[in-house]
Design a binder for this molecule. Structure first.
Ligand SMILES: [Zn+2]
Length: 353
C-alpha cells in the first residue's frame, strides 16, 4: 500500500513509499484512511528536527491528523463496526504506565516515554490503511465527515482553553476579551472556540486584511489585526486570555505586556532557540498583576470528545466556515506540495480516497 514516510533525523527524507498493509492486533482496529492533515510537526519531522521510527525500523509513516473508517477489528474489540467513521488520538501511554498515563491523561505523561502516532516510535496515518488501539478512537457522526480531519488540531486548542478555565478557578474571574496570536489552524479554531464562549476575540497575524485568514476570523465576529501595520506592543487593550500559536519567541515573550491583570497566557508553539534576552519586565508583570503563563502540548481523548461537540456547535453557529479552513486537498502522489512553505495556507490535507 502507499504510505508517506520519512527518516527521522534525516533532513528532507519524506517520500511516497510502498509498504505492507498492517494487520490489527487483538486490541486494535484496522482503519481505511480517508483524509490526512499536514501540520508543522510533520514538517519538523521532515526537517530532521523531530521524531523517531518504531523500534527496529528505519522509517516512520508520517501523519497524526486523520479521519478514517473501520475496515476490520481485532478479536478483543467489540464496540466498533465495519464502516464506522473514526478519528484516532495521537499519544499512547508510557510503558511505565505513570500516574497520568494510567488515568487517561497521557498528554500529561511524567516519564516522557510515551509513543505518538506519526511522530514518535509509532507509525502514523499517512497511508492507505493504518492500525490504532481501539481505546483511543473517537466515533464521528456522518454529518461531520467533511471537517472531522480538523478534530486533532481542535483538540489542541480545546485542551488549552479547558486548562485556562481550570487554572483560573484560583480566583473570581469573568473573562471578556481574548487575544489569539497567529491565524493558522490553531488560531482559526481557537478563535471559533472562544467565540462560542461569547468572548470578544482579537486575532493578530502578518497577513493583510483582504487575506482569507483575516476574512475567516472576521466572519466569526472576531477582530483581525495585521501585525505588519499594527505591532502588538502598540495595542492599547489588555486581554484576559492570550493564546500564543505563532511559535515565534519574541512575540511570545512580548505579549505578556498585553495580558490584563489576573490574566492567563497559554503557549502552544514549539519555540526554537533564539537570541532573545530574557526581560526582567516579564517577571515584574507576572508578580505585580497576578499574571500566569503556562504551556500545553498534545491532547487526550477527553479533549477530542469536547472538540467533537464544539465542531458541531461551530457548524450550527458559523455554517461552512470550518470547511473553508481546508485550503488545499492533494492526492498522495502530490505530497511534496504539502511540505513547501505557503504563507496563504491554512490547512493542507491529503485525500487517500
Ligand atoms: Zn506516562
Amino acid at each position: 500500500m502507499k504510505a508517506i514516510t520519512a527518516k527521522p533525523g534525516v533532513k528532507g527524507s519524506v517520500q511516497l513509499s510502498e509498504i505492507p498493509q498492517p494487520f490489527p492486533k487483538p486490541n486494535e482496529v484496522l482503519l481505511k484512511i480517508m483524509k490526512l492533515g499536514i501540520d508543522g510537526t510533520d514538517r519538523d519531522v521532515n526537517g530532521g528536527f523531530y521524531g523517531a521510527p518504531p523500534d527496529g525500523q528505519s522509517f516512520l509513516v508520517l501523519g497524526h491528523e486523520t479521519l478514517g473508517t473501520v475496515e476490520s477489528i481485532g478479536r478483543e474489540v467489540n464496540n466498533f463496526g465495519e464502516g464506522e467513521l473514526v478519528v484516532p488520538t495521537v499519544r499512547r501511554p508510557c510503558p511505565e504506565n505513570c500516574l497520568n498515563c494510567r488515568n487517561g491523561e497521557s498528554d500529561m505523561c511524567l516519564t516522557g516515554h510515551y509513543f505518538e502516532h506519526g511522530i514518535y516510535k509509532l507509525h502514523g496515518f499517512a497511508s492507505e490503511a493504518a492500525v490504532s488501539d481501539a481505546n483511543y478512537l473517537v466515533k464521528i457522526p456522518r454529518e461531520l465527515a467533511d471537517v472531522a480531519v480538523l478534530l486533532e488540531p481542535t483538540s489542541i486548542v480545546e485542551k488549552a482553553i479547558s486548562q485556562i478555565y481550570e487554572i483560573q478557578r484560583r480566583m473570581q474571574w469573568n473573562p471578556k476579551t481574548a487575544l489569539m496570536l497567529g491565524a493558522g489552524p490553531i488560531g482559526q479554531l481557537g478563535t471559533m472556540l472562544l467565540r462560542l464562549r461569547e468572548l470578544e476575540v482579537f486575532v493578530v497575524a502578518r497577513r493583510p486584511k483582504e487575506d482569507l485568514k483575516a476574512r475567516l476570523v472576521e466572519s466569526t465576529g472576531a477582530h483581525y489585526i495585521n501585525s505588519m501595520e499594527t505591532p502588538i506592543d502598540s495595542l492599547s487593550e489588555n486581554f484576559d486570555i492570550i493564546i500564543e500559536g505563532t511559535g515565534y519567541a519574541p512575540i511570545a515573550m512580548e505579549s505578556i505586556n498585553q495580558l490584563a491583570t489576573n490574566g492567563v497566557l497559554c503557549y502552544l508553539g514549539v519555540y526554537g532557540p533564539s537570541q532573545l534576552a530574557f526581560k526582567t519586565d516579564y517577571l515584574k508583570e507576572m508578580v505585580l498583576r497576578n499574571k500566569l503563563t503556562f504551556g500545553s502540548v498534545n491532547a487526550n481523548k477527553r479533549y477530542f470528545e469536547l472538540g467533537l461537540i464544539d465542531l458541531q456547535k461551530i457548524k450550527a453557529k458559523f455554517g461552512n466556515l470550518l470547511s473553508n479552513l481546508i485550503t488545499s486537498s492533494l492526492k498522495p502522489e502530490e505530497f511534496q506540495r504539502a511540505f513547501l512553505p505557503d504563507e496563504a495556507e491554512i490547512k493542507t490535507i491529503i485525500d487517500f480516497t
